[in-house]
Design a binder for this molecule. Sequence first.
Ligand SMILES: [Zn+2]
Length: 222
Amino acid sequence: MHHLGTLAVLGFFLIACAPQPQRRGASLQSHSPEIISIVDDLKIQSFVTMEGRRILEVTDNRDQNREYRFYLAQFKNPNWIGAAAGSHVIYVQIKAARNAYLNRQVFLPGLRRILAHEIAHDLLNHPKNRNNSAAEELEADRLGIILWKRLGWDCSYWIQQYETKQKKGITSTLYPTELQLRQARSLCPEAEERKRDDLKKELLEADLLHKTPGLERHLIPR
Ligand SMILES: [Zn+2]
């Protein structure tokens, strides 16, 4: 980035789920025009770091686990949820991190998806390139989902996210929902199988109800 002189090379690439910022030297706050502020909340930052390191443990970079730094950021663009700045620096939107910290049941998968995706960008060396591309976004998703599976996390979450996006008609050149969804489905076939099994079960049950009116009366209060 401009203000860091020679360090600029390391700095600032539009990576991640949004163009990206970076650090090294100077204070974090001065690093990227894309970040309004770095939020100091040690409890939440430790929580995010622990989750990030859990993912790193199943990567080829596990030896460098301690070198990774996770920061809570307020991005200028409220749609940005994370960013990989290169040099093992990951930013996570404070709101997503706080939500996960306060309500793990509901929001932890969302945080884990951000972390896996951004860590994947870092592992794939994407921050070195100056431009984000759809190919890189898909690649980061791909590795992110693979990391989730290594950890035994339910990859159907990714599919649900993209199905929701698709239903809302949200897509872009950089984040092509249709391709993201297709890739997630192919990497996570167990989710599709489970869905088919559930449907089959439902149909069988419906068939059973149809054939046994007595049962139907019994199950469905009139
Ligand atoms: Zn990304």
